[in-house]
Design a protein around this ligand. Structure first.
Ligand code: BEZ
Length: 260
């Protein structure tokens, strides 16, 4: 783990709030002096949060539009998509949450629970909710976390100080039933996300968990897939039937059913 200064962090497992990071420079030097640290000695606020694929998704408790939750208990062994939006009552965010509400049946079909987060208050979330229905055409059907103290946003490194202010960027964490982070996406505030892509990633993850295959560029469900490099071609033919070998390392086969 690296610090802002490029120095090793004092504790690799520490998950630190980064709210002061945009005050880098004079403010940090002052706090370092106050903490009795020399200029080269890292403090806990220097530790950069890093959630990598394969890490356990950090647990948290939070206030949401559906009441207080413990994240792992709320997930309860399903897949989850945790996604941040910069602010309530903003146009791109309104379209994104409306679209997500409209896709609820698609997420449910894949055993995925969706939860949004921003640093706005629960009152703002509740006041904004009718607009999401007006714009998207579907009642809000998933919780929004009110992260006014930025505790969860900090834990998941959703605030990127170089992106202008202390609101969250558009971060997406795809988390599996064992609470492992399996995919992440990060978009800037000005660019709305493609929720069909998030469903596509979920389909690809669930497929490749169930069979020794990978998905090629631009794959969509139903298209042919790639036999895992760890599987011999003879074995692949026994398992999948028709296998086209275009290179020793690139073997195509039809998409297997999830239970195969
Ligand atoms: C929006 O949702 O439209 C938005 C929010 C924050 C910054 C820029 C755009």
């Amino acid at each position: 783990m690296k610090t802002i200064d490029g120095l090793p962090g004092p504790c690799s497992s520490l998950r630190c709030d980064r709210n002061g990071r945009e005050n880098a420079g004079a403010d940090r030097a002052r706090r370092r002096r106050e903490a009795g640290k020399s200029i080269n000695e890292p403090t806990t606020e220097d530790v950069t949060v890093s959630i990598r694929l394969g890490d356990e998704a950090p647990n948290f408790t939070a206030e949401t539009t559906e009441g207080q939750i413990d994240f792992h208990a709320w997930k309860d062994g399903s897949w989850a998509v945790l996604f941040s939006h910069p602010a309530d009552y903003t146009p791109v965010c309104t379209t994104e949450l409306g679209r997500t509400a409209g896709l609820q049946a698609e997420f449910a079909k894949r055993n995925v629970k969706v939860i949004a987060i921003s640093v706005d208050s629960i009152e703002d979330h509740r006041g904004w909710t009718p607009d999401i229905r007006d714009v998207g055409g579907t009642d809000l059907n998933f919780p929004i976390i009110a992260d006014s103290d930025r505790a969860v946003s900090g834990l998941y490194d959703m605030i990127h100080p170089g992106e202008g202010d202390t609101s969250t960027v558009r971060a997406v964490f795809v988390i599996d039933p064992a609470n492992k982070v399996r995919a992440t996406l990060t978009y800037p505030k000005s660019v709305g996300r493609n929720f069909a892509e998030i469903l596509r990633v979920l389909d690809a993850l669930q497929l490749t968990d169930a069979a020794p295959v990978s998905t090629p560029a631009d794959w969509v469900p139903g298209q042919r897939v790639i036999v895992s490099p760890t599987m011999a071609t003879d074995e692949a033919r026994q398992r999948f039937g028709d296998v086209e070998e275009v290179k020793p390392y690139l073997r195509w086969t039809a998409q297997p059913t999830k239970t195969s």
